[in-house]
Design a protein around this ligand. Structure first.
Ligand SMILES: Nc1ncnc2c1ncn2[C@@H]1O[C@H](COP(=O)(O)OP(=O)(O)OP(=O)(O)O)[C@@H](O)[C@H]1O
Length: 267
């Protein structure tokens, strides 16, 4: 017999519709300092987009503006038909620091957004996500018992819990060792491929930006502006071996040349 928790329906909601994101002349000043020069950009619903650029060029600022966590100094951001003026409800977000609560076990960490939003019966959904991210065996463990890669898997599960139509990832893997980061890149593109969410990934890694995205936006040093917008042609699911192909290498070279020209080095 199902428990009361399992009988509820929030857990079975369909994936949210993937929404397009439109930026028109978006700029940001902090005091007299221009962090972002006017940026215009359209992300199609369901598109997986990476933003790569030198440190301090405004990548995180841009993501915060799109997520409604900060307001632009000029221009407009729309998600679907709605102008962003407050934190966006339909989003899952993953940061470099996983922000897991050490006193809650893994399952309860994943369920935290459901508690905050008052969603009922999300335990089956949370367990299903932990299975998808290959950490179900650790559902009753505490974050401090997990490796960095496992913690980020849990953070991704938490971000996906409420079926978000938008997934934002701000340098999610930059604290991980190289091998774990490769595994997480494969996992992320699997997660993207099996969902219909618009995904924005911020990264310093050119290789990660290409591997995980349908499109790479290259930003200049501060004030951040768009230098290039590159379509990534590889089919999904992707294997790490595509990084050795001439096509992948050529995209990497094209991105690197922007930074070499400007004197910025990116990993
Ligand atoms: N709340 C703030 N108040 C004042 N200045 C800020 C604030 N947030 C960011 N900045 C400044 O705006 C610029 C862009 O910062 P942002 O964090 O968006 O860059 P980034 O490209 O994400 O950098 P990194 O790759 O190093 O994380 C930086 O010069 C930063 O110091």
């Amino acid at each position: 017999m199902l428990s009361a928790d399992q009988q509820s329906t929030d857990s079975e909601r369909p994936e949210a519709a993937a929404l397009p994101i439109v930026l028109e002349g978006v700029e940001k000043f902090y005091g007299g300092m221009q962090a972002i020069a006017p940026v215009s950009l359209t992300l199609a619903g369901g598109e997986a987009v990476s933003i790569v650029g030198p440190s301090g060029c405004g990548k995180s600022t841009l993501m915060r503006l799109i997520a409604g966590l900060d307001q632009p100094s000029g221009g407009e951001i729309r998600i679907g038909e709605t102008v962003v003026a407050a934190p966006v409800a339909d989003m899952g977000i993953v940061f470099q620091r996983d922000l897991l609560l050490d006193w809650r076990n893994v399952l309860d960490n994943v369920l935290l957004p459901a508690e905050i939003k008052g969603l009922q019966g999300m335990t089956p959904r949370a367990l299903e996500l932990l299975r998808e991210l290959d950490v179900a065996d650790f559902a009753k463990s505490y974050p401090w018992q997990l490796s960095g890669g496992m913690r980020q898997r849990v953070a991704i599960a938490r971000a996906l819990l409420a079926h978000p139509g938008l997934i934002f990832l701000d340098e999610p893997f930059s604290a991980l060792d190289a091998l774990t980061r490769d595994q997480m890149n494969v996992l992320l593109q699997q997660v993207q491929a099996s969902r219909n969410a618009t995904t924005l990934l911020i990264t310093h890694s050119i290789s990660e930006a290409i591997f995980c995205a349908d499109r790479v936006i290259v930003m200049s040093g501060r004030p951040g502006m768009i230098l290039d917008d590159i379509r990534v042609p590889f089919e999904r699911p992707r294997r790490l071996a595509i990084r050795e192909t001439a096509e992948f290498t050529a995209i990497g070279r094209r991105i690197r040349e922007h930074f070499e020209r400007a004197g910025d080095l990116v990993g």
